[in-house]
Write a new protein. Sequence first.
Length: 341
Amino acid sequence: MTNLKSLTFQGLTDLVKRLKWEDYRVKQIFSWIWQKGISDINLMTNLAKPKREQLQKECYISALKLSDRKYAQDRAEKFLFTLEDNHNIESVFIPESTRKTVCVSTQVGCALDCKICYTGKMGFTRNLKFYEIADQVLQVQLLTGERISNVVFMGMGEPFLNYHECLKAIETINSDFGLNIGARKITVSTSGIIERIYDFADFPLQAKLAISLNAANAELRNELMPINNKYPLKELIKAVKYYVDKKKKRVTFEYVLIKGINDQPKDVKALVKLLMGISCKINLIPFNAYPKSKFLSPSIEEMQEFADKLYPELPAITIRKSRGSEILAACGQLAGKVSNM
Ligand code: SAH
Ligand code: SF4
């Protein structure tokens, strides 16, 4: 049986050709799946009954299974989804006044073992398929009844170690016949897989790039993010400059502020030296605690103090309010299991 959801627009085009159906059927079927979100072929009412029966004989439509849903005080929500092979992933819904964002996972777990991150603690199980990534947006849209406006690839996993499926997911999320979300409203966050930053710069869609920096000197970054041993800061910055030049777009650097670890005067100095002159924004994120984590979170005043020290050399700084931390839905807290918090 073919899972119709596992077919890209091109894949569906091939299927429709093989069935010798009219070309416009591709758009019809694709939008039944990705806009109306149906999982029952029989609901495709603009296909005549014999056509639906023909499709049903050889195809089905998968859907992520909702296994848990948690609501935070600040209206963020966390969804635990079970995949067809029974692995679990998490997605987060972050409503703001006009913006409704979904944070999607790209892998079951993560192999990179950053010292700050709960996902890293669970190790790596497998890459997600593109349709399992895009389906998170679709299911959250259906479950919340809110039209999703923004998507961030900042959930479980390293998107650039699952690059091709992530690109196909972006295309599906962006497609006029898919979720129809503008490419500029889609942001991919990477720990810094350098060759993929170059590839992403050459990718035609205008999706945005965020880099998880977290430390501006090699020694500390090696320690916090072991991937820095393989992809050192200097090369990372070179790749980011290529992206900025090629796309004519600002890049975002995420900096998780950890009390007493990367918030010292020497860290301010190193950050300024590293990023000065690069067209970028800096997003300061407070370290979010998770079960058995060892680091301390800074207070909001300490965050502000750190931001003030970067000014005026690095003027574009925002402090990200962490949403949904009491339900373990904030950055770095996803672990794909039912939590008892
Ligand atoms: N693997 C990708 C995307 C997912 S992580 C990446 O690393 O960029 C998304 C963000 O959460 C990263 O910027 C990461 O630095 C941050 N993060 C990880 N653990 C965190 C924690 N405990 N508190 C706050 N942010 C955290
Ligand atoms: Fe993986 Fe990103 Fe977590 Fe590092 S911060 S372990 S790359 S998910």
